[in-house]
Design a protein around this ligand. Sequence first.
Ligand SMILES: [Fe+2]
Length: 202
Amino acid sequence: MQTRLTPKDQLKPKRLKGISDQQIEYHFETHYKGYVNKINEIWEVLQTVDRSKANQNYSNYRELKVEESFNWMGVVLHELYFENIKDGQGTKPGEEFMEMIEENFGSFEKWREDFKACGMALRGWVVLAYDLSGKRLINNGLDAHNLYAFLNAIPLLVLDVYEHAYYVDQGPRRLPYIEAFFENVNWEVVNRRLKSAVRAYS
Ligand SMILES: [Fe+2]
């Protein structure tokens, strides 16, 4: 059985460009920690739920497994997102990253354009991922934490586009938030994730 999860407070970013500390505070403390609390609750109930009554139309076991997927992915995606933004440290995409981006998207600008379009078109997340099946980089848009994610792909750069990620600062304007996100990407983290993903492939 799963052990109890504790929130990763060290991942909370501060003093970002164009994304206020208040915005991050609500997002981190209420939304992210809300998923941590719920996944712990679900794992607790899963220990004793009656598996003999599992049923695809309706059963307690089914409901728990569905919400486990929503809340666990809520934890994972938020941790990846908060980890890959940092206050203007001037980090840069690595050589390996740039080569793969150019090979898969034509140029860094073309990739960024597509990533941004994904962020405007989907309702929850954009994930630049290393696809282990095709050995390529892909932009994956998600409508919710557990909806439309490509399997067998490792997340490299994660952007939260839920309204709760920008409403404090931007109201309904999502595009300036996405622009601000790019000002704060911690490329060191992205470069490290790419190295691990390539290792996983080989
Ligand atoms: Fe979020």
